[in-house]
Design a binder for this molecule. Structure first.
Ligand code: ADP
Ligand code: ZN
Length: 209
């Protein structure tokens, strides 16, 4: 079973992906994380992508498809994947058709103001990439690595504004594109409450092991 998580920045896709992984064994794949790893490793693809990321713009399709398909080829994806942050445009969704069969799409709904607030509160571990939030009362060091948390380079007001505009313009048309297999969930509640309807939905699809 392969699923897509849609939802604006800060709507909690990464948090939801972790829960789905725990119960259903699907592998979360975040194109943003893949790019950040590539940057951290000093790879040319990542360094090229960073120019777009720092401005909050979409990375061109060829680079994005390359990093995604290389990840999907790895053996751990055989049981299925949770795509977080891909596709982000109709163009990407069309390209994805040739790569992977998508069973369902879950869309997290959150107001722009709340997305803003959550992104400004977001902190990440520079070593392992784990996400934290000052809104959830997290401290300022990674509980796994013990290193000091930082802000993401693109969690600044200008890039946040562009990212939300890009989401609205390029990504929301996917809600119609996938209307035949879509679950909409309000993201304005606790992570447990966001997960509840998702778990029911996926269990009915027959993914529960
Ligand atoms: P967010 O969704 O909060 O912006 P991500 O970590 O998912 O954070 O993505 C960070 C950046 O990586 C995006 O702003 C964009 O530049 C790039 N990126 C991630 N996924 C894609 C994609 N599917 N297509 C193009 N660019 C992408
Ligand atoms: Zn860490």
């Amino acid at each position: 079973m392969n699923i897509i998580l849609l939802g604006a920045q800060g709507s909690g896709k990464g948090t939801l992906a972790k829960r789905i992984k725990a119960d259903f064994g699907l592998v979360p794949i975040s194109t943003g994380d893949l790019f950040r790893q590539s940057i951290a490793n000093g790879q040319p693809l990542g360094l090229e992508a960073k120019k777009y990321m720092d401005r909050g713009e979409l990375v061109p399709l060829d680079l994005t498809l390359k990093i995604l398909t290389e990840r999907i080829k790895l053996g751990d994806c055989a049981k299925g994947v949770i795509l977080d942050g891909f596709p982000r445009s109709i163009e990407q969704a069309e390209a994805l058709k040739k790569v992977l069969k998508i069973d369902s799409v879950i869309c997290l709904e959150l107001s722009k103001e709340q997305c803003m607030e959550r992104m400004l509160a977001r902190r990440i571990c520079p070593k392992c990439g784990a996400t934290y939030s000052t809104l959830l009362g997290d401290g300022d060091t990674c509980t796994k690595c013990g290193v000091s948390l930082v802000r993401r380079d693109d969690d600044n007001p200008d890039a946040i504004k562009t990212r939300l505009e890009v989401y609205e313009k390029m990504t929301t048309p996917l809600i119609n594109f996938y209307s035949d297999r879509l679950l909409k969930v309000s993201a304005d509640v606790s992570p447990e409450e966001v997960y509840k309807p998702v778990k029911d939905f996926l269990s009915k699809l027959g993914g529960k092991k």
